[in-house]
Design a protein around this ligand. Sequence first.
Ligand SMILES: [Zn+2]
Length: 500
Amino acid sequence: MSEPIKIAVAGFHHETNTFAKKKTYYKDFKQADSWPKILKGKEFFTYFKNINIPMSGFIDSALQDGSEIIPLLWCSAPPSGKVTDFAYNKIINEIILMLKNISKLDAIYLDLHGAMVTEHLDDGEGYFLELIKKTLGCNTKIIVSLDLHANISKKMVEHSDLLEIFRTYPHIDMYDTGIRSYNSLIKLLNINFLKDKIYKKFVKPNFLIPIVSQSTISGPAKLLYDKVVDQLNTHSCIISISIAMGFPPADGFWTGPSLVGYGTDEKQLKITIIGLLNLLKDQEKNFYTKIYNPEDALFEAKRLSLINKRLIISDTQDNPGAGGASDTTGLLRALLKSKIKKAVLAIICCPKTAKKAHMHGVGKSIKISLGGMSDNEPWKGAAKILNLGNGKFIGTGKFYSGTKMNLGLMASLEIENNIVIVSSVKAQAADKSMLHHLEINTKKVKLFILKSSVHFRADFEEIKNVIICSSPGVNPVDHKKLNYLKLNNKIRLMPLSINN
Ligand SMILES: [Zn+2]
């Protein structure tokens, strides 16, 4: 019997919005939120079970296949401003030190995001992969899974053997991407054994795609990802093809979409990747999106309610999943001004309001100064406490499936006949479990205002009417409002149809 394949596994996730002022500290990686706290060694095997995270899919596949897994360290922090040098160096040094103590590794699998910027590095993952390669040498395969929002750099491609990227947004295939990463590793090892050469192809189009237009449920992104699967099924010489849509609110040379592929036939690989690049370029105009200002969004909500239709207003610019603070109050003010009733707005992260609600108890009315820490615009007024929660529950939607949420003290507050959800730890309002935790009957709600750009579409899929709204936040839908200094000067910023 041959020796099992020996694979070290590690993860280090951050999606850095370089325009967000709040830096990302080591404590943010240590703390649990909608993803786990920092995990080390055997903790991997207890946490990464039945959970939509790439590491979970990779470990399950590897163990089922009889491979040996050596877990190192896995951590993530919510998207926000630049990662401090201290946090970055502490985490990568710990992983490298762990690696140095292991001999005869066949491979390392890294579960990364792919858009990390630190105080002094624009390409956090590129430098990390370079360091991994220096440590392990050329005989150990380096397999990396990345988020669909990765801003892929040349360094990341050079210093890894294969990058495997999510194919869905909402990211309902994170677990599956872990499985694909393992399968691609096995293909690489087999090809290596046969001494065939493996070719790489990496290209980028010259425009940015707004986050709100990147959904793979329908439209141009779906067309592209369907074509990826079609090409993989057609050409057996191609090992893997991935497309990243990119993360626009990051000022860096490599910001933007990418295509990356691997195969044993250089000519076919080139034809396939360039074919996909041309398809992406042809779709540029189809990524244009209509954007509403808050007043117009609520006017539309009133119009739809008259014909008994349900609606979601996406407060995308303060989406914590894109680095927002999840505490701006622009849409809350517009909602109250509109006199609409029984809407649910989720989630405003305001630890002091959540704490005050818990001190007073259900049924009490309190004066609050809600949110607004990020833009000095807290909303001040009276609120009735409807329900309280400890913020600990399991994600139930397809995106947050199996996630052990830890959002700190939570409360649902009635403010002028509407319901506002408050948490102590920020998390993207993309899962109904966040509302069910506070006993909200989501089936009865006609209007949701969610601080999420696209991920909500997985768990709220039955609501077909969606409006993208430009209320204050650090994730502008209009990229021309971002003061890019380092972006590749060939990149074109996409004109959006802004209805204001
Ligand atoms: Zn993403």
